[in-house]
Ligand binder design. Structure first.
Ligand SMILES: [Zn+2]
Length: 231
């Protein structure tokens, strides 16, 4: 998926670098999810640019992320058998954290007034909304941050916000939130961050921000935006 990955691979001087195709084992599961997405209610009409070939944002679903971790763990253990107990111990802690996160999301998102996630960014939460039974209306129909929002999609988004009396629009961490600002002005909605955990920046690394911190922040903003529990 990442264009820089090829360059890194050719630049590695080590004799036998360990290269793990972490997503390999979950290919079929991901494809099934995409098949179902064809009939996603958030799709007003099939869009030419909206290809559904492959949604690479597997990690936003903690249970799929856990499968990625499992593939990495298996490769490490096979490559370095003397340390396999060490890998297993850590991997099991990690699997447990993914499961706990999944439960926490399910609990947090039960009893919400809204079930539609209106997102002023690209199509990064397909696997997440599938797992947690939410509807998702992104401004950009494509998976790539370079895809362009269509006028029809934006009109549909604004109409849905008004019809469902939605009070919050989400913006993403990578793109400039310009479009999200425009949508919030147009609809009177407030903005909340939904972080797709593509990456962390220098500042976040310094603060030891992990995937789980990012997802915990997302849960807080989802509870607020979807009007769950006492929020
Ligand atoms: Zn993305």
């Amino acid at each position: 998926m990442e264009v820089w990955a090829e360059k890194i691979l050719t630049g590695i001087n080590k004799k036998n670098p360990l290269i793990v195709e972490a997503g390999r084992g979950i290919d079929s599961e991901v494809k099934n999810i995409n098949q179902e997405h064809r009939h996603h209610p958030a799709d007003p009409l099939p869009d030419k640019e909206h290809t559904h070939e492959y949604d690479p944002h597997i990690w936003v679903d903690p249970l799929l992320a856990s499968l990625l971790a499992r593939a990495i763990f298996t490769s490490l253990s096979q490559t370095d058998p003397p340390s396999s107990d060490f890998y297993r111990k850590n991997a099991e802690l990690l699997f447990k954290k993914f499961n706990e996160l999944d439960l926490q999301i399910k609990q947090s998102l039960s009893g919400c007034r809204q079930h539609t996630l209106v997102f002023g960014g690209h199509f990064a939460f397909g696997h997440f909304v599938k797992r947690y039974n939410l509807e998702f209306i992104p401004a950009y129909r494509g998976f790539s941050p370079n895809s362009e929002p269509s006028a029809r999609q934006l009109a549909y988004l604004i109409k849905t916000v008004k019809e469902k009396n939605i009070k919050y629009i989400y913006y993403e961490e990578l793109l400039s939130p310009k479009l999200a600002y425009m949508l919030s002005k147009e609809t009177g909605c407030a903005l909340l961050l939904l972080h797709a955990a593509h990456n962390v920046g220098r500042e976040e690394i310094k603060k030891n921000i992990t995937y789980f911190d990012i997802m915990t922040g997302n849960i807080e903003n989802l509870k607020k935006g979807l009007e769950c529990g006492n929020n």
